[in-house]
Write a protein that binds this ligand. Structure first.
Ligand SMILES: NC(=O)c1ccc[n+]([C@@H]2O[C@H](COP(=O)([O-])OP(=O)(O)OC[C@H]3O[C@@H](n4cnc5c(N)ncnc54)[C@H](OP(=O)(O)O)[C@@H]3O)[C@@H](O)[C@H]2O)c1
Length: 253
């Protein structure tokens, strides 16, 4: 029997990268999975690849109307929710303080902070005791890294919200934890190179060189940790952060 048999999960940003790998893992463990993303074609392709048990609902997490539509659909089709993986988000490339724009700031904080906050708020009415929420943080919060200002600040905000929500939801029997991926080989991460293959190779090699385990991670490796946090295996964990980063945030090279 799978670890998530008869559970219903919502995975925001489930059409690519870490979210898609997690959807695959959850399905393997018997869950019913709702995945979201803004681009319909990518969402359709992901749902087709995931197969039975997966439903796609298009939406932008920074839109409250889209979030309402998502959870109305989940309520109608599944009745309740056991697991929320609030994962949608990303950065805006490497931009240092002189070049940050309001638009960039609004976009990154809109998806990563506002999007995560209201995703959780709007999921809660569907969650009962035993529910599990996993949030995607980032090791970029561990140190100052040039060009990552807006992105890492948004992830630090999300990490702190997780602690607060763990406190607020403990009495309702709902656990909230953060998965902290290090550099992970996803379309989103490769996107930093903006389609330039030389830049992409340099980016991947440069990141791998700074990791104690000497490589970047795979989305499936992050998905394994999300499964653990989402499942009853982590029944005594809340407010915690689990690093999946090849030692990046904890070990000096
Ligand atoms: N890859 C890494 O190295 C790494 C490291 C640490 C943390 N993370 C975090 O991991 C999460 C997943 O990133 P990834 O690397 O797997 O990137 P990815 O391959 O680009 O996947 C991102 C997913 O989120 C969706 N998404 C992005 N913005 C959204 C929005 N506003 N509303 C709804 N869906 C949205 C994307 O679909 P659409 O574009 O179609 O909306 C896609 O499904 C992000 O929160 C990222 O910050 C990644």
């Amino acid at each position: 029997m799978g670890q998530l048999e008869s559970k219903t999960a919502v995975i925001t940003g489930g059409s690519s990268g870490i979210g898609l790998a997690t959807a695959r893992r959850f399905l393997d463990e018997g869950a019913r999975v709702f995945v979201t993303g803004r681009r319909q074609a990518e969402l359709d392709a992901a749902v087709a690849a995931l197969g039975d048990g997966a439903t796609g609902i298009r939406g932008d997490v920074s839109s409250l109307d889209d979030l309402d539509r998502l959870f109305v659909t989940v309520r109608r089709e599944a009745g309740s929710l056991d697991i929320l993986f609030a994962n949608a988000g990303g950065g805006s490339g490497l931009v240092t303080i002189d070049d940050i724009t309001v638009d960039m700031y609004e976009k990154v904080f809109g998806a990563n902070v506002r999007g995560t906050l209201f995703t959780v708020q709007k999921a809660l009415p569907l969650m009962a005791e035993g529910g599990s929420i996993v949030i995607t943080g980032s090791t970029s919060t561990s140190r100052g890294n040039a060009g990552f200002g807006v992105y890492s600040a948004s992830k630090a905000a999300v990490r702190q919200l997780t602690r607060v929500w763990a406190a607020e939801l403990a009495s309702r029997g709902i656990r909230v934890n953060t998965v902290m991926p290090g550099p992970t080989d996803t379309p989103g991460m490769r996107g930093i190179a903006k389609g330039d293959p030389v830049r992409e190779r340099a980016l991947l090699a440069g990141m791998a060189a700074k990791i104690p385990l000497a490589r970047i991670g795979s989305p499936a490796e992050v998905a394994n940790a999300v499964l653990f946090l989402a499942s009853d295996q982590a029944s005594f964990m809340t407010g915690a952060e689990v690093f999946v980063d090849g030692g990046d945030a904890q070990v000096l090279l």
